[in-house]
Structures are given as structure tokens and as C-alpha cells.
Design a protein around this ligand. Structure first.
Ligand code: ZN
Length: 199
């Protein structure tokens, strides 16, 4: 794995968690065949993991990283993920990852215990984080409470935000939505620390 020293080294500081957003990579001009680079994640200024990414072709990206489990066992990963494109209304194309597990087109892949899959396949639920103790429990409970205020009775997972409930002021909705989004970022970062991954 030491042979993988990709440049440039880029840091993803938005919602620190082990996620790979193809829109983010595209905006920065990284989706060019032959490109090799690192993506790293930080939480409170501290790096919590990084992976190597290689644009093999316009149809394929290769992910290279190492995962250390809680017992300290290290496992190397090096595998391709297919890319696919859709036409935009106003010309041009939009890139997508194809999830290795379900084959769906997705913009974001998440690292679970082993590989990067879509959110659904990772089954990212707050409950799965709770074994990590009180801090994560409290975060999860706060998110669930906030989502219930927005009328989501099924608030146990990382689902998309509910629409604004009838009668709720727009400002109130935005405030709660922002709180949820921030708490989710914190929660994912905290949960991600369990899977301290690096090249
Ligand atoms: Zn999937």
C-alpha cells in the first residue's frame, strides 16, 4: 500500500464523515482519467481517515485504503467502482457512482466497516452507532426528537429531511433543518472514528 502516494492531497472539511461525494470531486476538477489523489476527512481539525482515489477511465474509479477495526486488525482494500452519466437538461452530463452492492446510481458513497456503498446498503441508522456510548446516544436522541418535530415518525435512520409541516413557520423549519444537518455531521464523524482508515 505504501506505493500509493497520490497527489494532490486534498481535505474534505464539510460534514466530516467517511463519505465520497462525486459532485464535490467534479467541482474540483478531479474526475479526469489518469488522475490520482487522496481524499481525507477531518473532525475538529484532526484527520480521521483518508483514501487514495484513481480515475482509471471515465467509466471507472479505483479506491485504495486500509481499515483498522476495533481489535486493531488492518485490512487493505483496492477495488474499482463503476461510474455512469446522465444527460442534464441544459446540456452536459452529470456523473454518478454505481453502488457495488445494489447497482443503483448514487452521488454519494459511504464507508462502512469494509467497503464504500450507498447510504441504503450501508444501512446507516442511528441505532448502529449507539454501542459507542452515551455521547452518540445523546446525539442520536436529539436528532430523532428534532425530526419528530418535523413530523417524521420514523426518525431512526439517516433519512432525508421531511418537508415543512403545515402551519410551521419557514424560519422555524430552516432552523431545525440546520440543527439536524449539523448534528448528523457530528454523529457520522464520531461514528467514523471507530473505523479509523488510512492509506
Ligand atoms: Zn447500494
Amino acid at each position: 500500500m505504501a506505493s500509493y502516494r497520490y497527489r494532490p492531497y486534498i481535505k474534505q472539511t464539510t460534514s466530516a464523515s467517511h463519505r465520497l461525494d462525486i459532485r464535490w470531486l467534479r467541482q474540483r476538477g478531479y474526475l479526469i482519467p489518469g488522475n490520482r489523489f487522496n481524499v481525507s476527512w477531518a473532525s475538529r481539525g484532526k484527520e480521521i481517515g483518508n483514501i487514495g482515489v484513481e480515475m482509471v477511465s471515465t467509466d471507472q474509479v479505483r479506491l485504495v485504503y486500509m481499515v483498522t477495526d476495533r481489535e486493531g486488525n488492518k485490512q487493505n482494500y483496492n477495488y474499482p467502482v463503476p461510474l455512469t452519466y446522465t444527460k442534464c437538461n441544459y446540456g452536459g452530463v452529470r456523473p454518478w457512482f454505481r453502488c457495488l452492492q445494489c447497482g443503483k446510481r448514487v452521488a454519494v458513497l459511504y464507508l462502512g466497516r469494509t467497503k464504500f456503498y450507498c447510504r441504503t446498503c450501508q444501512n446507516l441508522t442511528y441505532n448502529s452507532c449507539q454501542e459507542s456510548g452515551n455521547y452518540l446516544d445523546q446525539l442520536s436522541a436529539r436528532i430523532v426528537r428534532l425530526k419528530r418535530r418535523l413530523g417524521d415518525q420514523n426518525a431512526g435512520g439517516l433519512t432525508s429531511l421531511p418537508f415543512r409541516p403545515k402551519g410551521m413557520h419557514h424560519k422555524t423549519y430552516l432552523r431545525i433543518a440546520n440543527q439536524i444537518s449539523q448534528l448528523e455531521g457530528t454523529l457520522l464523524a464520531a461514528a467514523g472514528q471507530k473505523f479509523n482508515c488510512s492509506i
